[in-house]
Design a protein around this ligand. Structure first.
Ligand code: HSE
Length: 308
């Protein structure tokens, strides 16, 4: 194989209560890469489309090519590769944009080299891409984008990643208000210390959410989607956050929260119709204040990145 095209999906990190330890993939949006073997002996980034010229073209500085270089070094290859990146989602949106690019690059180079590594083996490389993009190597976007489904990072050291079951028909409403929140900044505003009472409530919620996923208990999932640690700080950056939550829950969403570091908000819903109602109501609310938004409805993507 000399050429490959890969799609890697957006992802919703944290899932409210699981800061840095929970995330799931959706079907859209997502990024695409096209990669070709060359005889240049180098990795080159020959096109980045859809970024308004904002991403670096230096292969060592752009996430997509940097992870490919690390992968090739790891397997001891000096194979030349040309990369074209098609960005199909906004930056600083909370949808795991840089993660999707890194994952697409890794799945692509792995495919071109005959799949020497498993998807799970690719995860540490994708995490290093996160470090390059936002200064921290968290896995709650890259793991679901790579592996698909709802993923728990039980431990970072050693890395222990568990794919969780997802109730059938569960649908996710995503609303991205057009304001940009860089992940690095959204991480800096979080308090370094947590009161014990908040920690107790939060780990109760993480356990409840996971129990709800295993038992198909939508009500339990919904009441566990409560974040008493990160959301109270970050929601101040998101227009009409509390009001949007009320609207989503009135529209029968089971739970509502910030997608990753925001400003995208997400609502988990028992079916697609409710998810569509939710995005309409939320977009209407934002629009009443002259705020544009982009909306998506998606089931949980259990496949993750795919070679097209
Ligand atoms: N867990 C990360 C955060 C996801 O909330 O900062 C964003 O990349």
């Amino acid at each position: 194989m000399n050429s490959v095209r890969v799609f890697a999906p957006a992802s919703v990190a944290n899932v409210s209560c699981g800061y840095d330890v929970l995330g799931f993939a959706v079907h859209e949006p997502g990024d695409e890469v096209v990669m070709n073997l060359t005889d240049s002996g180098k990795v080159s980034l020959d096109l980045v489309e859809g970024d308004d010229g904002r991403l670096p073209l230096d292969p060592k500085k752009n996430t997509v090519s940097a992870v490919v270089i690390n992968f090739l070094n790891h397997i001891g290859s000096d194979q030349g590769i040309s990369i074209k990146l098609y960005k199909k989602m906004p930056f600083g949106s909370g949808l795991g944009s840089s993660s999707a690019s890194a994952v697409a690059g890794l799945v692509g180079v792995n495919e071109l080299m005959g799949n020497p590594l498993s998807r799970l083996d690719l995860l540490p490389f994708a995490m290093e891409g996160e470090r390059l993009a936002c200064g921290n190597a968290h896995a709650d976007n890259v793991a679901p984008a790579l592996l698909g489904g709802m993923v728990l990072i039980r431990s970072y050291d050693p890395l222990d990643v568990i794919t969780l079951p997802v109730p059938e028909g569960l649908s996710c409403a995503l609303v991205y208000p057009h304001v940009e929140i860089p992940t690095m900044e959204a991480r800096q505003i979080i308090r370094a210390n947590i009161p014990m009472a908040s920690a107790i409530r939060q780990w109760g919620n993480v356990g409840g959410l996971i129990a709800g996923l295993y038992s198909d208990d939508l009500e339990l999932i919904g009441r566990s989607m409560e974040d008493v640690i990160v959301e109270p700080v970050r929601k101040m950056l998101i227009p009409h956050f509390d009001e949007m939550r009320d609207i989503a829950l009135e529209s029968k969403a089971i739970g509502f929260g910030i997608s990753g570091s925001g400003p995208t908000v997400f609502a988990l819903c028992g079916n697609e119709k409710i998810a569509k109602d939710v995005i309409l109501s939320l977009a209407e609310r934002l629009n009443a204040d002259g705020l544009d938004s982009t909306c998506y409805v998606s089931e949980i993507n259990t496949e993750g990145a795919r070679v097209m």
